[in-house]
Design a protein around this ligand. Structure first.
Ligand code: ADP
Length: 759
């Protein structure tokens, strides 16, 4: 309750603070001055009241004054100062209030401030009437009156929304937002904005306010003042351990109420208004972001309990004394209902605002995510697109005809190559039937291809005849593949068509060539057969008769005759050697033996044994390194060794012939090196010496048929190998023979086939 001395100051303040109201400033100043002077100096309360009544009624009903807030403020102060001092005054006051109320209630612009006055008036009048009647007021009435006074007092003292919340915001137990694991609201709205919102809520009611995430974690630490702060701290002291343990313990009563109400709002999606453990109420509003509920904003409201029994129970629960709670309860300035309503409305707006912020933040993040996905996709696509363009370019520039055809046999694309091969431009083909290049229309082959395409298994490649624009038929090789849609259905086929006219020509030529070859082979075989049987016989006869002549008729022959007969004998021998070599040559393939494991060291020894006379006569040194075993035809290997060693002896220079044979194995291939120190060969002849009858010397210089190396080559060929020479004139030769160590199945089969046909 206010006394008369303390009442003057707030009146001045509040009037000056509310000068911006509708009341004209000069009018206000003049009647206030009058009023105050009377109130201080007048001894008679009745006079005073009369004056008050007069001034007020004048003011209230003057046309200038549409909102009686300032009048009411002063009136209240004065009434409070005299309330319990003069019963006759009270009568006057009551009637005055009645007048004011009546008039105010009927005013068109009834507003919140006038509601406060009405509220105040009703309470005061009730109390006044009781006092006048001598009835002691009940506690409820007393409290009601006190609350009404408190509210008025609070209204007069406070300038709404300007209280600095920070001074009372920090709870001694620290910052609960540190335990926030959810952080959706906190991160979207940010610490400072949430603080502002909480302070705003707290400024009006001075209770407690909190913003919680959907899991009940504090987005921002709970803010509390006055009664709530006291109760919150008390219950925190009761709860054990650190903040996290305290929350879990269930003994932090205020925190528990706050969380429970918030979670109820989150779960139901509706505002929740329920009593809290601390004796007042909590109003919680769910925060909706889009379709999700991301948390809740709470505010405590209402007057702390006044009932001593209730306070006693609370004191016990919160571990404090009843007196302390009575004291705390009395300290709290009761708030007018409109302020509470106002706070609730503000809370709804705040929830809406936070929800919007969260939603926007989410959308922003979603957009950012989409953006970065888009960027990634673009970066991914860039090389793919470049690749696509490159491929398109390759297709366009290809010399092959590349075109696509839909399932109705309509041409869908036609590249430059197609234009070149068929003579039709893309304009002439795209959209038209493919049978333009196949005028006979679908045949059995086309039908079959169509069927296979429909089954999704087009033929890999096939040959057919197409017709060019100029009517000329060309052979083409077609490669067909299916172009499928996203459902794996074939929608088109792509065709690569290659003009194979040239290929066909060369195939024909090849066929002709192989026919010719076969014929000449047969002729060679016949010749070999003849050489083996028919040609050798007369030669042997010539040789025998020459021998007979030089033997039996020697006495009858003069020197010239003997010389001529010897020439005949030599010629027939040479002829025989030639035929022999030809036979060897032709029989390499036809009379070859199956491949067996052949020890080349043994082959070397046998060959030197066979060449013993030549070696001895020339004093040649013939040596071999370690030689491997290989799969081969032994007799042919022997012939190869003999030919190469005998050539090395034959084509020796002035020095004693030194011949060495070495080998090395690499990747399953054996390379033999027949090295000599003979006359050597000019590089230009390196290849021709392996051709049949090719000789670099006259018979007078070196005897021979020109068949030795040709036979060697044929043997090596049959074994799937190679033979070549490296040499410098005057510095000897290196003949290299490369052979597979193990014969492939085909070579072996081939060799047994030869063997078979030779028998
Ligand atoms: P031929 O020895 O019967 O003349 P070959 O086919 O064995 O026939 O040899 C062809 C030619 O290669 C020979 O005439 C000779 O000029 C040359 N030739 C072969 N082997 C050697 C060698 N080791 N040194 C020099 N020249 C050689």
């Amino acid at each position: 309750m206010l006394d008369s001395t303390s009442s003057t100051q707030p009146v001045e303040n509040s009037v000056s603070e509310h000068r911006r109201g509708v009341l004209d400033a000069t009018v206000t100043a003049s009647w206030l001055k009058k009023l105050k002077a009377k109130s201080i100096h007048s001894g008679g309360k009745e006079d005073l009241l009369e004056t008050i009544s007069q001034v007020f009624l004048d003011a209230i009903f003057s046309t200038d004054l549409r909102m009686p807030r300032d009048c009411a403020v002063v009136l209240c102060e004065l009434l409070e100062s005299i309330l319990f001092e003069s019963e006759p005054c009270l009568k006057a006051i009551s009637s005055l209030y009645s007048e004011v109320c009546k008039e105010v209630c009927t005013a068109d612009d009834l507003n919140i401030d006038t509601e406060v006055l009405l509220d105040r008036a009703t309470n005061l009048m009730t109390l006044t009437c009781m006092r006048i009647k001598g009835i002691p007021p009940s506690q409820d009435v007393e409290y009601g009156a006190r609350d009404a006074l408190n509210r008025i007092q609070w209204l007069l003292q406070k300038s709404l929304g300007t209280t600095d919340g920070d001074s009372r915001s920090q709870q001694p137990y620290g910052d609960l937002s540190l335990l926030n694991t959810n952080r959706v609201i906190l991160e979207a709205a940010g610490d400072s904005l949430l603080k502002e919102i909480l302070d705003d809520g707290l400024n009006l009611l001075e209770t407690s306010a909190a913003i919680l995430e959907s899991n009940g974690d504090c987005a921002l630490s709970i803010k509390a003042s006055q009664w709530c702060r006291f109760m919150d701290e008390k219950s925190r002291q009761l709860a054990p351990g650190d903040n996290q343990e305290a929350i879990k313990s269930g003994q932090w009563h205020c925190n528990q109420s706050c969380r429970e109400t918030a979670l109820a709002a989150v779960t139901s999606g509706m505002p929740v208004d329920q009593p809290c453990n601390g004796g007042i109420r909590i109003f919680a509003v769910p925060i909706k972001a889009g379709n999700d509920i991301v948390g809740s904003i709470n505010i405590g409201y209402g007057d702390p309990p006044k009932d001593e029994n209730v306070l006693g129970e609370l004191a016990q629960k919160y571990g404090t004394t009843k007196d302390e709670l009575v004291n705390q309860s009395q300290k709290y300035h009761s708030r007018p209902p409109f302020i509470i309503e106002q706070s609730k409305k503000r809370l709804l707006s705040a929830a809406h605002l936070i929800g919007e912020i969260v939603e926007r933040k989410r959308s922003k993040m979603e957009i950012q995510k989409l953006n970065s996905m888009l960027k990634e996709r673009i970066t991914e696509l860039e090389p793919a697109e470049r690749e696509r363009l490159k491929l398109a370019d390759i297709v366009e520039q290809s010399n092959d005809a590349i075109f696509s055809v839909d399932l109705e046999a309509r041409v869908m694309s036609w590249n430059k190559g197609a234009e070149k091969i068929y003579g039709y431009t893309p304009e002439e083909m795209v959209g038209n039937s493919i049978y333009k290049i196949s005028p006979k229309g679908p045949d059995a082959q086309t039908e079959e291809i169509k069927r296979l395409v429909e089954e999704g298994t087009p033929p890999q490649m096939f040959e057919t005849m197409h017709t060019r624009k100029d009517g000329v038929e060309i052979p083409v090789a077609l490669t067909i593949s299916c172009i499928r849609d996203e459902n794996e259905e074939t929608v088109e086929v792509s065709v690569i068509s290659r003009d194979i006219t040239e290929k066909k020509r060369s195939e024909e030529a090849l066929k002709k060539f192989s026919r010719d070859l076969e014929r000449s082979n047969n002729e060679l075989k016949q010749f070999a057969f003849a050489a083996a049987h028919d040609l050798q016989e007369p030669l042997r006869a010539m040789s025998n008769y020459s021998d007979l002549l030089t033997g039996r008729y020697a006495a009858m022959l003069d020197d010239r005759a003997v010389k001529y007969i010897n020439r005949i004998a030599e010629s027939s021998e040479r002829m025989q050697a030639l035929i022999q070599d030809l036979l060897h040559y032709s029989r390499v393939d036809t009379h070859g033996k199956p491949f067996t494991v052949v020890d080349l060291e043994e082959v070397f020894l046998s060959s030197t044994k066979n060449l013993r006379i030549a070696i001895e006569e020339s004093s040649a040194i013939v040596i071999a390194g370690k030689l491997p075993k290989i799969q081969a035809d032994r007799s042919q290997m022997l012939l190869l060794f003999q030919n190469l060693i005998s050539n090395a002896i034959k084509y020796r220079g002035k020095d004693t012939p030194e011949i060495s044979i070495d080998s090395k194995i690499e990747n399953g291939l054996i390379t033999l090196n027949f090295k000599d120190n003979g006359i050597g060969i000019e590089q230009e002849h390196f290849e021709r010496i392996f051709i049949i009858f090719q000789r670099l010397h006259t018979r007078d210089e070196y005897p021979g048929t020109g068949m030795g190396l040709a036979i060697c080559k044929r043997i090596v060929d049959r074994h799937g190998g190679a033979i070549w020479v490296d040499s410098q004139v005057g510095k000897g030769c290196n003949f290299f023979v490369q052979l597979p160590q193990v014969q492939t199945k085909e070579t072996t089969e081939e060799s047994s086939a030869h063997e078979h046909s030779a028998r």
